[in-house]
Ligand binder design. Sequence first.
Ligand SMILES: CC(C)(COP(=O)(O)OP(=O)(O)OC[C@H]1O[C@@H](n2cnc3c(N)ncnc32)[C@H](O)[C@@H]1OP(=O)(O)O)[C@@H](O)C(=O)NCCC(=O)NCCS
Length: 140
Amino acid sequence: MTPETAAAIHAAAFADGRPWTASEIADLIASPNTYLTAQDAAGFALWRAVAGEAELLAIAVSPDRQGHGIGAALMQDWMQAARALADTAFLEVAHDNVRACALYARCGFVEVARRTGYYARPQGRADALVLRAALRAVPS
Ligand SMILES: CC(C)(COP(=O)(O)OP(=O)(O)OC[C@H]1O[C@@H](n2cnc3c(N)ncnc32)[C@H](O)[C@@H]1OP(=O)(O)O)[C@@H](O)C(=O)NCCC(=O)NCCS
C-alpha cells in the first residue's frame, strides 16, 4: 500500500481528527523499526517494535469497508508479525471509540492506564486508555 492510499484511508476513517499526510506516513514507514501492515486497499495498521515492546501507532479501515472483518484481520496480521520482535504490545484508544475498544478486547488487550480527559470532544472530553496485550505466552 502506498503512503498516498494510507493517507486517504486515514482521512476518511478519522473524519473528525487531523488526517496524517502521505508524507508523514512515508516518513514513519521509512523510520527504523516501523512497519505497515495492509489489507488490499481497504485498511492498514502502522506499528513499531522497539526493545521487546510493540506499539500500534494507527489502524484504519475505509468507512465503506468497515464491519466486515478487515480490522480484525489487520490486528491478527500485525500482532503475528510483532510476535517475532516483541513480547508485549501496547496501544492507545479513546474510551468512547466503542468499535475499536471491542476489537482490541477481542484481541486480548486490557486496560493498564487511563489519561482522564485526554481527547477534546465537541461535548466535553474523552479519556485515553492505554491497553496492553501479551504477544508471547509465558513459559510455565
Ligand atoms: C476500528 C476499525 C479499525 C475496525 O475495523 P473494522 O474492519 O470495522 O472491524 P471488524 O469488521 O473487523 O470488526 C471487528 C470488531 O469490531 C467490533 N465492531 C464491529 N462493528 C461494530 C459496531 N457497529 N459497533 C460496535 N462494535 C463493532 C466487533 O467487536 C467486531 O468483531 P465481531 O463483529 O466479529 O464481533 C475501524 O472501525 C476504523 O477504521 N475506525 C476508525 C479509525 C479508528 O477509530 N481507529 C482506531 C483508533 S485507536
